[in-house]
Structures are given as C-alpha cells and as structure tokens.
Design a protein around this ligand. Structure first.
Ligand code: DAT
Ligand code: MG
Length: 149
C-alpha cells in the first residue's frame, strides 16, 4: 500500500475544516496511520517547500505556512498519492473542480487549505520531515475487504 503526506494548512485549521478534510479522506477509504498538530518553524517550512525556493511566491508561502498550527498526517491506500491529489483538486482553488476540497473551500492560490504529496518520492521525503517511522501506526481494518477487491 502507498503512503502519502497530507497537511491541513493554517487557513484550513483557522476555518474549522480539519474534520471536513479528514472526513473526506476517511470516507473515500484511505487509512490514517499518523497524525500530529504543530506550528511549522521557518526551517521546517523551508525543508518542506525546498523545490519552490527563489520563486516569487516563496516568501509569502513560508510566512503563511508558519503563521499558525497545521495538522500533519500520513494516509495509506492503493495509489494514495494520486487519489488524494484528486480529492484535493488542483493548486488554484478558483479552477479546482467543485467537489474537490480546494474547489469547494478556496479562492486564492496562497490559501488553498490543504497540502498533499505530488509523487511517491515526494511523499517519502515529506513523511520523513514530519514523522519518525515509529510514530506511524500499523493496524488492520476489517472494512478494507469492502474497499479493495
Ligand atoms: P501544490 O500544493 O498543488 O502541490 P505547488 O507545489 O506548485 O502546488 O505549490 C505549493 C504551494 O505554493 C501551493 O499549494 C500554493 C503556493 N503557490 C504555488 N504557486 C503559487 C502562485 N503562483 N502564487 C501564490 N502561491 C502559489
Ligand atoms: Mg506541491
């Protein structure tokens, strides 16, 4: 099973969308295996968003993502990286399709409520920034036989 890193961003936390976002992933069928609430330091934010360093939106992105608590999570499931990106919608919430999290809850690019890894390689890298392996929970769900054929 594939793992992906998901984060409810500071705007999602402030707007009371934690349960909504977790609920969508949970109801889809993905399995939550790690969760913590924290406020990112500028150092952690820089690690997380290293690929965007130097871009025009980078300073705003770092100041936004460190502006309040976030909920960091690891979700597991078949093709979880791709599936979670589909549930999230594209980066620009104005263009994200209704029914997706960003499409339903955002307007501005820099306030798009949720983060999800864009590839399995990114997922591994991002999970390692936020979680030690022993903080991820290994458990079976009986309902998985009703989700996977
Ligand atoms: P995503 O979060 O969909 O993976 P990304 O990795 O390209 O998107 O960018 C990371 C975050 O940076 C994104 O969620 C919002 C912000 N961002 C990206 N492009 C932006 C832009 N042109 N203006 C403002 N913020 C931007
Ligand atoms: Mg990205």
């Amino acid at each position: 099973m594939e793992r992906t890193f998901v984060m409810v961003k500071p705007d999602g936390v402030q707007r009371g969308l934690i349960a909504e976002i977790i609920g969508r992933l949970e109801k889809k069928g993905y399995k939550l295996i790690g969760l913590k609430m924290l406020t990112l330091t500028p150092e952690t934010a820089a690690l997380h968003y290293a690929e965007h360093a130097g871009k025009p939106f980078y300073p705003g992105l770092i100041s936004f993502i460190t502006s309040g608590p976030v909920v960091a999570m690891v979700w597991e499931g078949k093709n979880a990286v791709k599936g979670v990106r589909t549930l999230m919608g594209i980066t620009n919430p104005t263009e994200a399709i209704p029914g997706s999290i960003r499409g339903d809850y955002g307007i501005d690019m820099g306030r798009n409520v949720v983060h999800g890894s864009d590839s399995p390689v990114s997922a591994q890298r991002e999970i390692a920034i936020y979680f030690k392996e022993e903080e991820l929970v290994d458990y079976q769900r009986d309902m998985d036989k009703w989700i996977y054929e």
